[in-house]
Write a protein that binds this ligand. Sequence first.
Ligand code: DAT
Ligand code: MG
Length: 137
Amino acid sequence: MQRTFFMIKPDAVERGLIGQVLTRIECRGFRIVQLKMMTADKDLIAAHYDHLVDKPFFPKLVDYMTRGPLVAGIIEGPEVVNSWRDMMGVTNPLEAAPGTIRGDYATAPVDGNFYNVVHGSDCPEAAEREIALWLGH
Ligand code: DAT
Ligand code: MG
């Protein structure tokens, strides 16, 4: 059994997509074991995306991720880290395949930023780091 950290990002919360994302997780057979609705601040986003702080798009990413409430949580299941990444689809909404969450819901970029609906840890070590950072355990 494995666990991963996921988020339903502010664009998805604004658009009323919390239920549809959670439904996909449950339909796939993964267990939602923690959920927290909160608004992040810049320091938390900088810690979460510490590998991206020097990128030119980072200020827009902070604006996006802090502009309203998001849902952060933990899901459990066999191979859930990679499975959840597969369910999300690739980072760029223009490239995300239909059938993935990003491919079905992410909006085409209008200002160079990727408003891509969901987050998922990219490896088990990142999952544990992000769970500790966001959920404190
Ligand atoms: P992912 O969210 O698929 O793990 P990532 O960790 O490389 O992708 O990037 C984190 C977030 O940063 C991503 O969801 C959206 C934003 N982002 C990444 N690359 C970007 C780019 N080239 N232009 C704009 N935003 C970008
Ligand atoms: Mg990532």
